[in-house]
Write a protein that binds this ligand. Structure first.
Ligand code: AMP
Length: 308
């Protein structure tokens, strides 16, 4: 069984969408990544930090999915990272209303010894220096290091981000972030430019319009499944990343073909995540449902065409 290290937030989120709002519920990039990756046969560990206010039932949920929590620091008397966001009517854009770093402000990730030889490292959206510190703790070079980031770090920690990007294999960002990072409007040119910095593979997420995978001269496109119900997009990108990383950790396949399948698995899992608030849909998702939707994915994109 492949080993996967996941670094990112385990958080409290408060979310408002056109369909309703929540109180403080379980969220965080590492949470979504871990839940998605647990759909595969992988040994995964979350490296993160929370305060004493984090509910035991949330931690029990993650543990029940087989996720190792020995790298999750619980700070006595501390408060967990808290994020509040409100989506606009089209669900494509949102306003961040509150970000309270709390314990995350002093986060020094410590990779558990048993995971220092992990096959895959999934660096969730965090300060790029924190991400780099995880890479530096690995005792052997992982088969694949995947990084997610956001425009906030491009605005506030660009030199550190450029340094961290040199050490990774796959970057997973959205289209606007790819444009901001490279100054290129064309996503093809942006992906080319990013590959000259370090990552051999570039994944560009386009929300409800799917995801692109670039590697040298190869491009692959996976649509997002057209859904009847989209309730809350929070964590869709992280769920995608968790499915992507989980599939690779489980199969060990780091070829372009392997990564194509990883994009499909990531897109498939993200399609579930958005159907309910927060992590609700991912909490009891079973593999039969996941598999059934994979079949839908296949028929969505398959066609017979006669080519001369
Ligand atoms: P996404 O919808 O993919 O952007 O991910 C949403 C998750 O990211 C939420 O569950 C938040 O707890 C978490 N989050 C929001 N802002 C930040 C931040 N500045 N740093 C790290 N995680 C964040």
């Amino acid at each position: 069984m492949g080993k996967l290290v996941i670094v990112g937030t385990v958080a409290f989120d408060e979310i408002e969408t056109p369909f309703g709002k929540t109180d403080k519920i379980l969220g965080g990039a590492a949470t979504f990544i871990g839940l998605a990756a647990s759909q595969f046969d992988v040994d995964s560990a979350i490296v993160s930090i929370v305060g004493e206010d984090m509910d035991q039932e949330h931690l029990d949920l993650l543990a029940s999915k087989g996720i190792d929590l020995s790298g999750l620091e619980i700070v006595k008397g501390g408060k967990t990272f808290y994020w509040k966001g409100k989506y606009h009517n089209d669900l494509n854009s949102r306003d961040t209303l509150v970000t309270e770093l709390n314990t995350l402000a002093d986060f020094n990730p410590v990779v558990p010894d048993a995971f220092k030889d992990a096959d895959v490292v999934m660096l969730g959206n965090l300060h790029p220096s924190t991400q780099l510190s995880v890479i530096n703790q690995m005792e052997k070079r992982p088969k694949l290091i995947i990084l997610d980031t956001m425009n906030f770090w491009m605005d506030n920690a660009l030199p550190e981000l450029m340094e961290t990007i040199k050490h990774i294999d796959v970057i997973a960002i959205n289209d606007e972030e790819a444009r901001q990072l490279t100054g290129e409007y064309s996503l093809v040119k942006a992906a080319e430019k990013i590959q000259t910095i370090g990552p051999k593979f570039v994944v560009i997420k386009k929300g409800e319009h799917g995801a692109l995978l670039f590697h040298k001269d190869n491009v692959f496109f996976a649509p997002a499944l057209p859904l009847e119900e989209v309730f809350d997009p929070t964590g869709a990108g992280d769920t995608f990343a968790g499915g992507f990383a989980g599939y690779i950790a489980a199969t060990g396949n780091t070829t372009f073909n392997g990564l194509k399948n990883a994009v499909i698995h990531g897109s498939n899992l993200a399609s579930f995540s958005v159907e309910r608030f927060g992590t609700e849909r991912m909490q009891d998702l079973d593999r039969a449902e996941v598999n059934k939707r994979l079949h839908q994915f296949k028929t969505l994109t398959q066609f017979d065409i006669e080519l001369k």
